[in-house]
Ligand binder design. Structure first.
Ligand code: UD1
Ligand code: MG
Length: 467
């Protein structure tokens, strides 16, 4: 196999999006456009052979995608797609072939990239263009073949330069190409800017190479959807819907029941085990992982959540950057915040908020609690309204509760504090000191009853009201 580099053009501003965010960092399926393209490229060549051309907001693009290990090339001024490749010349001219991808064509599959590479090599072409025939070709460059049946191309004509006759051509330029690098760099200096945008168009390479007697061919993809570009918010949202639809179908094929999938939102990286049921209106975001045999009830939002097998998440719960172990029950309306680890078979119920909570196996916090920065053992029962007071206005402090503890309703536990195994905290207590193992702690005012006081008061009021 010849040495192949991939260049991804990602320096453009994305004027048509009317956004301050660079185009390639706009997201579909919960991930930036460019990250989708890099992921596909990584299935073809190693990271060190991938060169991303950046320019507009270069640092922002680099920090969002740099962890993949790809290399970056700077195109300080964006003077067109041809100029983007000129900027990459010194980095990639040592490779025999160069595959060019567009950072704003995110649904491209690695199989298709491999397909254009293989076709290009078989055809001994100087340039190979990936094309498609979508329902609506408007806005794309059109690829003109020498004759309709010919594999060879004579030119690519941009939308704005099309003659009425050429506008009837159904085949669009996907913005994805393979080049023999010797031919590309021998002629790329001849690109000119006599066009609607006064830019160096990479598409003009087709004509230049043909004029130089080189072979330019086209390969049409069977899946026009995968080469659609995202140039406007409307196009972006269409690609988002296409990708999410694909994700949902993949999960359903793996045995996941997703009821009325069009009502919810599932990001592309989400994994779900078989026999799990996802109810309407659920959002599964980021790197959420869900086990088998779970039920995620309506309007719950799970973001970067790790959920074991057999878990029930009831309606309207939020789980972010947290782990729920097997057979636990969450909700309705629980908010499980970052760093929480809810143990096997544990219950966290109505209107309970947790943050950095480690809750042991089988423990229960079923009603109206705040549990933050707390390590709680197994078999613990936390009554309604138990609050860990973790913040003193300056620092956060930890609450530690042993095993088999009973904390009565409406108790406040003022951290830092340690409550021993087997203890019993009386309801309504304000606990400010550590409690030793197996003790009863009471931290509340003693009740006094005044017999007859209420009746006497009623009578007194009634007497005073007489005329
Ligand atoms: C381009 C093609 C068009 C094709 C379409 C497919 C050209 C002239 N036209 O048009 O034939 O049908 O893609 O989606 O190439 N970029 C840079 N530096 C620049 C300019 C652009 O890196 O100076 C990057 C952009 O960030 C983008 C990609 O190149 O990721 C394509 O640029 P864009 O402006 O979107 O080109 P289109 O108008 O879509
Ligand atoms: Mg584009």
């Amino acid at each position: 196999m010849s040495r192949v580099a991939i260049v991804i053009m990602a320096a453009g501003k994305g004027t048509r999006l009317k956004s301050k965010r660079p185009k390639v960092l706009h997201e579909i399926g919960g991930k930036p456009l460019l990250s989708h393209v890099i992921a596909a490229a990584l299935e073809i060549v190693p990271a060190e052979d991938i060169y991303v051309v950046i320019g507009h907001e270069a640092e922002r693009v680099k920090s969002a995608t740099g962890s993949t290990g790809v290399r970056f090339v700077l195109q300080a001024e964006q003077r067109g797609t041809g100029h983007a490749i000129q900027c990459a010349q010194s980095s990639v001219e040592g490779y025999e072939h160069i595959l060019v991808l567009s950072g704003d064509v995110p649904l491209i599959r690695s199989q298709t990239i491999a397909g254009i590479r293989d076709f290009h090599l078989e055809q001994h072409a100087a340039m190979t263009i990936l094309t498609a025939a979508p329902d609506d070709p408007h806005g794309y460059g059109r690829v003109l073949r020498k004759t309709p049946a010919s594999v060879e191309v004579s030119a690519i004509v941009e939308q704005k330069a099309l003659t009425p006759e050429q506008a009837k051509a159904p085949e669009i330029n996907s913005g994805i190409y393979a080049f023999q690098s010797g031919s590309l760099f021998r002629h790329i200096g001849k690109l000119e800017t006599a066009n609607a945008h006064a830019e160096y168009y990479l598409t003009d390479m087709a004509c230049l190479l043909v004029d130089a007697g080189e072979r330019v061919v086209a390969l049409e993809t069977e899946f026009p959807n995968e080469v659609l570009g995202a140039n406007t918010i409307a196009e972006l949202m269409m690609l988002d819907a296409t990708l999410r639809n694909k994700t949902v179908h993949k999960l359903m094929a793996e045995g996941v029941t997703i009821i009325r999938p069009e009502t919810g939102l599932i990001d592309a990286a989400v994994l779900v085990g078989g026999d799990t049921i996802i109810e309407p209106g659920v959002q599964l975001l980021g790197n959420t992982r869900i086990g088998e045999n779970c039920r995620i009830r309506s309007y719950s939002v799970l973001e970067n959540a790790t959920i074991g097998d057999g878990v029930l998440i009831r309606q309207g719960s939020i789980v972010v950057d947290a782990t729920i172990e097997a057979n636990a029950m969450i909700g309705p309306y629980s908010h499980i915040r970052p760093g929480s680890e809810i143990g096997e078979g544990a219950h966290v119920g109505n209107f309970v908020e947790t943050k950095k909570l480690k809750l042991g196996k089988g423990s229960k916090a079923n009603h109206l609690s705040y549990l933050g920065d707390a390590n709680i053992g197994s078999g613990v029962n936390l009554g309604a309204g138990v609050i860990t007071c973790n913040y003193d206005g300056v620092d956060k402090h930890t609450t530690t509760i042993g095993e088999g503890v009973f904390v009565g309703s409406n108790s406040t536990l003022i951290a830092p504090i340690t409550i021993g195994d087997g203890t019993y905290i009386a309801a309504g207590s304000c606990i400010t000191h550590d409690v030793p193992q197996d003790a009863l702690a009471l931290g509340r005012a003693r009740q006094t009853n005044k017999p007859g006081w209420a009746r006497d008061r009623r009578e007194r009021l009634a007497r005073n009201q007489k005329p």
